[in-house]
Design a protein around this ligand. Structure first.
Ligand SMILES: Cc1cc2nc3c(=O)[nH]c(=O)nc-3n(C[C@H](O)[C@H](O)[C@H](O)COP(=O)(O)O)c2cc1C
Length: 385
């Protein structure tokens, strides 16, 4: 029987009025609500990545917190980035030997070995959360064996960030860049980052025009980009003549552009809408990954595809991995975790590693490399379907 119009409109009212929860209620207010403003709770009381947002909101001043938290315009993409994972149910398989799943967390990113299939996304101004700024992220990433991609707009200079790495040169980091038409400046940053040991560049292209940031503008911490940038595929090819390091493209949002990137022999791309900070109504990385998968799952084998945006739980990461995404970036949670310093960032990394492993185990995945799209019910396109 087809649902009546009345039922459909009731369902859409219910959908429309479903409150957005920046952090779903898992009891943190009841347990840690007494934490005075301007102070942090005990790190061991932090149970998951959303708790770091809760803690930072009480600890940081309003403008610093807002800078990190902000999304573009009405923040529909910011919210969608977080909510989209909940729209798809898992299809757990049972009676599978999953006892070694934790040992399958390690992966490679552009041929470099890391302990987990996620990395710290480039986020500007780590100094707003902690005086040691990006140095904490470098150290935590090293100690936990994951990739960190420092932002071009970091609080610390390239030299200061490099100085936080171990002296033996064993830590692999990639350098994110925002480029202008000033080729001299571009050449300088390419040369300097390479001489300091960066193994790849991540060129962010999802903001060719200024970000429309209502929330952040109120505090004077909105988008830095006030120009219209001339970024094209021809320019990308020109950049390749300026460095022999791989240049990853960050901010791909359609399957058409994935195909162009493959044609152009880009080594890797990042599906990202900049954490919903740049263009409201831009798609979440999960939606883009699904679009790619529906067009042709083999595209994931033709280029390394990473993705970031809204990942807060192990299951969020598993849904991206299930489609063929090779590694997952996490932004805000690590910036908020940095309020606690190196230990906070390490705790965040450990929590996400643990969640990915136990969630994969409960999903019946013995080896993370073997996860595929059959572990998720993808035609479930609404909270109530
Ligand atoms: C405070 C903040 C600053 C950011 N700065 C940069 C940046 O300098 N370069 C860049 O490529 N992306 C930047 N991003 C985007 C992140 O790399 C990433 O795409 C996004 O944070 C992922 O979403 P998530 O925060 O929900 O994990 C920034 C994001 C945030 C939250």
């Amino acid at each position: 029987m087809r649902p009546s119009l009345a039922v459909l409109s009731l369902a859409s009212v219910a959908l429309a009025t479903r409150p957005f929860l920046n952090e779903p209620d898992t009891g943190i207010d009841a347990v840690l609500g007494g934490t005075p403003d301007g102070s942090l709770p005990d790190l061991e009381a932090i149970q998951g990545l959303p708790d770091f947002d809760w803690a930072a909101r009480r600890y940081l001043n309003d403008s610093s917190y807002t800078y990190y938290r902000n999304g573009a315009a009405g923040e529909w993409s910011y919210r969608n980035n977080l909510e989209v994972y909940g729209r798809y149910r898992l299809r757990p398989r049972v009676l599978v030997d999953i006892t070694n799943v934790e040992s399958t967390l390690p992966t490679t990113i552009l041929g470099h070995n890391f302990s987990a299939p996620f990395y710290i996304s480039p986020c500007a101004s780590a100094g707003l959360a902690h005086p040691e700024a990006e140095a904490n992220l470098v150290k935590a990433a090293y100690e936990e064996g994951i990739l960190y991609i420092p932002s071009h707009y970091a609080t610390l200079s390239l030299d200061e960030i490099a100085a936080a790495k171990p002296a033996n040169g064993s830590q692999v980091i990639f350098q994110q860049v925002y480029l202008t038409s000033n080729d001299t400046a571009t050449q300088e940053v390419f040369d300097q980052a390479k001489s300091l040991g960066s193994k790849a560049f991540v060129w962010t292209i999802d903001g060719p025009a200024g970000g429309n940031r209502h929330r952040a503008n109120r505090y004077g911490v909105g988008s830095r980009n006030t120009n219209y940038a001339l970024w094209t595929w021809a320019y990308y090819n020109q950049l390749r003549n300026m460095t022999d390091l791989p240049i990853v493209i960050k901010g791909i949002q359609t399957v058409e552009d994935v195909k162009v990137a493959i044609e152009q022999k880009v080594p890797a791309i990042i599906l990202s809408n900049h954490g919903g900070r740049q263009l409201d109504s831009s798609p979440s990385p999960l939606e883009v990954a699904l679009e790619i998968y529906q067009e042709d799952p083999d595209l994931f084998n033709q280029i390394e595809i990473f993705a970031d945006g809204g990942v807060r739980y192990g299951v969020d990461a598993l849904k991206l991995l299930a489609l063929g995404v090779k590694a997952i970036g996490v932004g805000r949670p690590f910036m908020f975790a940095n309020a606690f310093g190196v230990d906070g960032v390490k705790h965040a990394i450990q929590l996400l590693k643990h969640e990915i492993a136990i969630d994969a185990g409960n999903l019946g995945v013995a080896d993370l490399k073997e996860i595929d799209a059959s572990y998720v019910k993808w035609n479930n396109n609404g909270w109530f379907s």
